[in-house]
Design a binder for this molecule. Sequence first.
Ligand SMILES: [Zn+2]
Ligand SMILES: [Zn+2]
Length: 190
Amino acid sequence: MLPHCPKCSLQLLVAVDGTRASTGAAALRCPACSGFWVPPEVVAVVSSVALLGELDVQPPHAPDADMRTGQCPDGHGLLRRARVTWHEPYFLERCARCGGVWFDAGEWSRAANDELLANLSEVWSPAWRKQLSDEQAHAALQGDLRAKLGAEIFLSLNDLANRLETHPQRAVALAYLSERLKHPGELGEE
Ligand SMILES: [Zn+2]
Ligand SMILES: [Zn+2]
């Protein structure tokens, strides 16, 4: 069976020269959308990292195709999507059976820059999803504080928190701040 692009279903994929692993598997490229299909043993081939990086096309914005999944080119059914980042998000798709991963145009370079290629399968782990949701919750909290306090106070507060975070007497600072704000005007500086 000839491998079809998961995103452009009628388009056949072509092997990328110089990416063949010892098992005979090679990275495949879609001539229409410029995405890559990369079997797990090829992700591990160091030379393919640089080679695919050079061939990778950088679209001006995320391709529409990133919003949907597709079928494994090796006929194993629907690929599993995973959100890689919560900020400027992008998604990768992986086949649960053969471990091959689909990269839409530009995503190989992003994953390489984010140093994800060495442990790529982690992106589909529950721990990864947990970390993303923690980051998202943290950012939401920061956004909420900034909106309520105003940018200037928010920045000073953050700066102060950063400086106190590692201070051995941070408990004293917290107690002072707490007392001071519970009883405004009573403990003011002399
Ligand atoms: Zn395609
Ligand atoms: Zn597969």
